[in-house]
Design a binder for this molecule. Structure first.
Ligand code: GUN
Ligand code: FE
Length: 455
């Protein structure tokens, strides 16, 4: 029998999650017990001999949260790649190629974050918006400014979002505009190390809800010396690392021309890869790259809609899932405009389907696409939850003992919103697919992070 004094509260709900890749479980009237640290202490099915007694006890103690029928408990969503300072730019300039988009829109905007008041306003809005969309764990690129990046970390703590926050590093004067470029490698490294220590020491961050992330923007924007020294910080402190990897023809070719090897090899050689590295995009990978990613247990942040605009090719998601590569999803705000990881899940499926069918009507159907490239909605949802957790090496994305209680309640049939469930027509699988394809912030009725209700 569980020690009841360990339990902060219990939740009774109809729950979806994906303990097995490619499959889902739907547990009706599941009882989840959450401990005082905000972790899942135990789960009970109605058939369990202690279920009725436990339910009665928590009801009596007034510590039972009953999720009404027609509402569903899901693991919170994981966004592996979001540029917080680009939020005001969402939806703009997406007809440009990556290089022009960065130079014309992104760098001038990111440079505004030397102003802490401007930053405070945007960072409050973007973190709350992601939470409202059901994102309980977010991996943020900030800007090159240490102070406002610390403010982003503090904001995540204040709003109660699990977050992985990086001060951007970029010092290559050939590629970065003079107004938005680190003055020296030493300055960039000193600032980054100070940032790491300051995030660990933020008041209220004792349980490490917010993690610092080493963040070289991507190969073209960094000198090799900066990459090397950032790799030193990753190794010395055993830190998360995020960057863009082989995102487009241009980015891939830049690395080959300047280093003679691929992005994955560059990052590995610089000491930047470990079991907590998040490689955004990673479109143009060769077999050796895939093996190297697996060898380090690094992971990929797949950003399907952004890829449609900037990648020049489609992501081989099917093959990566089948190779056991750790892979989750990213919004890539503002390389794509939507802050929703449900939307990213939907886009991941569409992306794989276009790849499977092909696009050129002048080719016969048999030659048009890549056979068997599709992924399912359940696989996309697995990436949005379990896969993201694996990439981060964090206990999130599943309802199992020892996992953090990061969860959302999806309410169907609300007055405003598109999600409609018809009990007589919709199976459990139909309901999950409808949630993935149709849920909007209007349907996100409740959000918990680490056992704390934040919405
Ligand atoms: N590559 C380098 N910087 C960026 C960025 O800000 N967004 C995207 N999508 N790609 C990048
Ligand atoms: Fe990006």
């Amino acid at each position: 029998m569980i020690d009841i004094t360990m339990i902060k509260f219990a939740v009774l709900a109809d729950c979806f999650h994906c303990p097995v890749k490619g499959e889902f479980a739907f547990n009706i009237d599941w009882l989840l017990l959450i401990d005082h640290q905000g972790d899942i202490a135990a789960t009970y099915q109605p058939q369990h001999p202690e279920y009725a007694d436990l339910l009665a006890t928590f009801k009596r103690n007034d510590s039972l949260q009953v999720i009404p029928k027609g509402e569903y408990l899901l693991p919170g969503l994981v966004d592996l790649h979001c540029h917080a300072p680009q939020w005001p730019q969402a939806g703009k300039g997406l007809d440009l190629p990556l290089y022009d988009w960065l130079q014309n829109y992104t760098f001038p905007l990111e440079n505004r974050y030397s102003d802490n008041d401007f930053a405070a306003n945007v960072y409050q809005d973007v973190t709350k918006t992601l939470l409202a969309n059901g994102t309980t764990s977010a991996v943020y690129f900030a800007s090159i400014h240490r102070q406002s990046t610390e403010l982003l970390a503090q904001t995540c703590l204040n709003v109660g979002q699990r977050a992985f926050v990086g001060k951007v590093n970029m010092d290559n004067s050939d590629q970065c505009p003079a107004y938005y470029c680190e003055p020296s490698v030493t300055q960039a490294i000193d600032d980054t190390e100070l940032f790491v220590n300051n995030v660990f020491e933020l008041a209220g961050n004792q349980s490490r809800l917010v993690h610092p992330v080493i963040t070289p923007r991507f190969v073209p924007s960094c000198t090799s010396e900066l990459l090397q020294q950032l790799g030193g910080l990753v190794q010395r402190y055993d830190l998360h690392m995020q960057t863009h990897c082989s995102e487009s023809d241009w980015a891939r070719d830049y690395s080959i021309q300047h280093y003679g090897v691929s992005d994955v090899t560059i990052y590995a050689d610089m000491g930047l890869l470990n079991n907590k590295s998040i490689l955004a995009h990673s479109i143009f990978l060769n077999q050796a790259d895939i093996e190297k990613i697996n060898q380090f247990k690094a992971g990929i942040g797949h950003c399907p809609l952004s890829n449609m605009y900037f990648a020049n090719a489609a992501m081989p998601t099917r093959e990566l899932l089948d190779h056991g590569v750790q892979i989750g999803l990213g919004s890539d705000i503002a390389g794509a405009p939507s802050p929703s990881i449900f939307r990213a899940s939907f886009d991941a499926v569409s992306h794989s389907r276009v790849r499977e069918e092909g696009v050129d009507i002048y080719l016969p159907a048999s030659k048009r696409g890549t056979a068997n490239a599709r992924i399912s909605f359940v696989e996309a949802f697995w990436m949005a939850t379990v896969g993201g957790g694996q990439v981060l090496d964090a206990k999130v994305g599943l309802f199992e003992q020892g996992y953090h209680f990061d969860a959302i309640v999806i309410k169907a049939n609300s007055a405003i919103g598109n999600l409609r469930i018809w009990p007589e027509f919709d199976s459990a699988k139909d309901i999950l697919e409808k949630i993935i394809t149709l849920a909007q912030p209007e349907n996100v009725a409740k959000v918990w992070v680490q056992g704390n209700a934040v919405i």
